[in-house]
Design a protein around this ligand. Structure first.
Ligand SMILES: Nc1ncnc2c1ncn2[C@@H]1O[C@H](COP(=O)(O)OP(=O)(O)OP(=O)(O)O)[C@@H](O)[C@H]1O
Length: 752
């Protein structure tokens, strides 16, 4: 719009500068007229380029021809020394300054006037002719030609009936400028709209029948787009967030909205119809676990069975004024069947079982843990009577303020507080709507006292590693699932396996049985046999056999003498555990050989037992020292074990006369402890005592192996020959052990 205003002003002041012929055409095209006129005045006598530009800008052939003729004529007159058609040297101050002057401004105008029409509608261009100039001049402000103010329009046109009826239409350009077209004249008027809404309200009031059209030119579309770009981006991001809400469970918004929801898995009993608001029945396998599937923890089972009775016959207890225990904590080493027991309890009680892991409450966002606890208890109330089982509760239930460095004030504490609050809330549970809370942990000692006080997790049920009989029972359960030889005495097999797997948990036993079946399948055997179990046990203890790892003969010899040293020590020392087998077949990542013993199920250890265990552990290195010029790194684990025992004897068990009856164990309850519980002087004594114990054991070991060098030689040679030797080989080579076996019950199975 802007260049046209200037154009028309110049055109109208000098209309005769170009021949009438050209002018009459150009008058119909004001912008081109201006170009022609300006260029003609400033440059075109000598400047062919300018002429070309003008000619290109003229649309009609006839006009072009006229213009070119005019141009040629002018050039000829100049060449002949005549006065040119166009007077360059006009004295008019607004006139041309002569051809020498660089036509930069004109070129800018030219380019602009070529470009601007692209952005304006043809309609508005056509209507804004030379008349506009008069209006512009009359108004004296920088608006469009023949522009008026909105007030003028209202007072002169809208409220003037005569003029109002004369209005043909109003075209609103870009929501900011209105052009009014009349019925009886081609003239138009324009004015700026302050607010389009206000303008519309005026129209509505004074001339509701006037047609109004809206136009957006390209520039305004672009600028409009620019204006709305931030909103478009924001909306797009929102749309992206919301996209998955309908279908994609993994969409960010969906995940955000589900953040505070609990992640519990719900198992329903058989033929159970979930109440309204409860999740659908997806894991209907609670019926599978029964108390008969859990073995080796008879006392714990007995205690937990009481909960079944609480849930089944609550009135029996209420009648006597007894309160049903709120919950119980099952604690013990990993894989001992805590989860299994809780599941069995719920299945026997025939109530829903809600299970969740403690770590599932932990989130990096503040308040999410507490919200999940609330949500889980809400679910429990919906499903009551039911059992809620929180596995690994130590993830949220650790002692508050136990971490001395971080001060323990974190999201975890909020979650724990919420759990405590919710547990208190169950006091009000009505009869028949009981919720029993069960939790399991491997580390009861780290749990917050508030969690364990009566009224919360009232009962603490310990589930320890199974003893020989327990292991046998567990084997019996898992052997049932395997295909054994038809006449297999399952009880005997279970006993034999149990005797060789001291220290194994229920989960280890389940794993051994499964591994044995896999090994049998690999060897394409029709049944799972004892050898498969043996291999599975070795694999569980020492890792996978490395058949491809062939040791060079000299290394094999060192390993054989190393293992023979251990075996001979174990055989002749009174307090050592019975030996099961020795092998020099590499297994796992590090072990080049190992000796397997049967540890006692008894947790009480004597000082002599500790000493003999250390002597036996040093047997490998001492044997290397006695038979080879140099020693190897093979004793690294043995030294670790020896140091740990010696340190425990001095620091915790009061077995060092110099340090006395003090327990220096450092209970950091899972946090990082930066202080030592003993003084510098005690630390020096501690160091000395540990060293003394280890060197005593070393001396005893060397003496023993020197004394029994024949035995070491025999065992080492047999190992080199067979690679794996058993208790039977040892009996054959060395005769019966000089001391009776500690665990008589083992012999029953071992010597079968
Ligand atoms: N006493 C048991 N009797 C029979 N099977 C058992 C027993 N204990 C463990 N198992 C087997 O080990 C698997 C794992 O046991 P479970 O998950 O109950 O151990 P957990 O004590 O809860 O372990 P964690 O403390 O690591 O959570 C069971 O599915 C089952 O096959």
């Amino acid at each position: 719009m802007f260049p046209l205003i200037v154009v028309s002003r110049k055109v109208s002041t000098r209309p005769t500068m170009i021949s009438r012929n050209v002018c009459s055409f150009l008058n119909k095209n004001p912008s081109r007229y201006f170009l022609a006129e300006n260029f003609a005045r400033r440059t075109f006598f000598n400047d062919f380029k300018a002429k070309d530009s003008i000619v290109r800008s003229l649309p009609l052939t006839a006009a072009k021809t006229n213009f070119i003729d005019l141009f040629r004529n002018s050039l000829n007159r100049k060449a002949n020394g005549q006065q040119p058609l166009f007077n360059n040297n006009s004295n008019d101050p607004k006139g041309p300054k002569g051809p020498q002057k660089p036509p930069i401004l004109a070129i800018v105008f030219f380019v602009l006037s070529l470009l601007i029409p692209l952005y304006t509608s043809g309609n508005s261009q056509g209507q804004q002719g030379s008349q506009q100039q008069e209006q512009t001049g009359a108004n004296g402000y920088g608006g469009p030609p023949n522009s008026i103010t909105l007030q003028d329009f209202i007072s002169n046109y809208l409220t003037n009936d005569l003029n109002k009826d004369n209005i043909a239409k109003i075209v609103v350009q870009d929501k900011s400028i209105a052009t009014v077209y009349f019925k009886n004249t081609a003239n138009t008027i324009s004015f700026s709209l302050g607010s389009i809404k206000q303008f519309e309200s005026y129209l509505e009031r004074y001339a509701p029948d006037t047609p109004i059209y809206y136009q957006l030119d390209q520039t305004s579309v672009l600028s409009l787009f620019g204006k709305f770009l931030p909103s478009i981006i924001t909306l797009s991001i929102l749309a992206w967030f919301m996209r998955g809400q309908a279908g994609g469970a993994g969409s960010p918004l969906n995940r955000l909205s589900k953040m505070g929801k609990n992640k519990a898995t719900v198992y329903y009993p058989e033929n159970y119809t979930p109440p309204q608001g409860a999740p659908p029945n997806v894991h209907n396998n609670l019926k599978i676990t029964k108390f008969s599937d859990v073995a080796g923890c008879q006392e714990s089972k007995q205690e937990i069975m009481e909960f079944v009775d609480f849930l089944k016959n609550p009135t029996h207890y209420n009648k006597l004024g007894a309160k049903i225990p709120k919950g119980c904590i099952l604690h013990g080493p990993p894989g001992t069947g805590k989860t299994l027991l809780a599941k069995a309890c719920s299945s026997e009680a025939d109530v829903p079982f809600i299970t969740i892991s403690g770590s599932e409450f932990v989130e990096m966002f503040v308040g999410v843990g507490a919200s999940r606890i609330r949500d889980m208890f809400k679910l429990a109330r919906t499903l009551a009577p039911c059992i809620v089982f929180i596995d690994e509760i130590d993830a949220i239930g650790k002692k508050r303020n136990s971490n001395k460095i971080s001060n323990g004030n974190d999201e975890r504490e909020n979650t724990l507080n919420q759990l405590l609050i919710e547990m208190d809330g169950f006091n009000t549970a009505e009869p028949g709507k009981e919720v029993v809370l069960m939790a399991s942990t491997n580390r009861l000692e780290v749990l917050d006292d508030a969690l364990l006080r009566p009224g919360r997790f009232d009962r603490k049920i310990e589930i320890d590693l199974p003893d020989l009989e327990g292991r046998k029972q567990i084997y019996m359960i898992h052997l049932k699932k395997l295909k054994l030889e038809i006449n297999t005495d399952t009880s005997l097999l279970a006993g034999r396996l149990a005797s060789t797997t001291a220290g194994f948990s229920g989960a280890d036993i389940a794993n051994v049985c499964n591994e044995a079946a896999l090994i049998a399948a690999r060897f394409e055997s029709s049944f799972v046999e004892f050898d498969h179990f043996e291999e599975a046990i070795s694999r569980t203890i020492a890792g996978l056999q490395k058949k491809s790892k062939v040791l060079p003969p000299d290394l094999k010899k060192i390993v054989a003498y190393h293992e023979a040293g251990h075996a001979v020590c174990g055989w002749f020392l009174k307090h050592c555990d019975p030996l099961l087998k020795v092998t020099i077949v590499p297994r796992g990542t590090a072990a080049l050989g190992y000796a397997q013993y049967i540890p006692s199920d008894n947790n009480l250890m004597t000082k002599d037992q500790y000493f003999d265990t250390m002597v036996m552990a040093l047997g490998g290195r001492c044997s290397e020292e006695l038979h080879f010029e140099t020693v190897t790194s093979g004793a690294q684990n043995d030294f670790q074990k020896v140091t740990a025992i010696a340190s425990k004897m001095c620091k915790e068990l009061g077995m060092s006369p110099k340090l006395g009856y003090i327990n220096y164990s450092n209970d950091s309850s899972g946090g990082i402890s930066v202080t030592k519980p003993f003084s510098e002087s005690s630390a020096i004594i501690l160091d000395e005592e540990i060293k003394n114990i280890v060197s005593d054991c070393h001396e005893r070991c060397v003496n023993l192996l020197k004394e029994k060098s024949d035995a070491v030689e025999k065992v080492a040679q047999r190992l080199l020959e067979k690679e794996t030797i058993t208790r039977k080989d040892m009996l054959e080579l060395l005769g019966k052990r000089p001391h009776p076996e500690k665990h008589n019950e083992f012999e029953k199975y071992l010597d079968q």
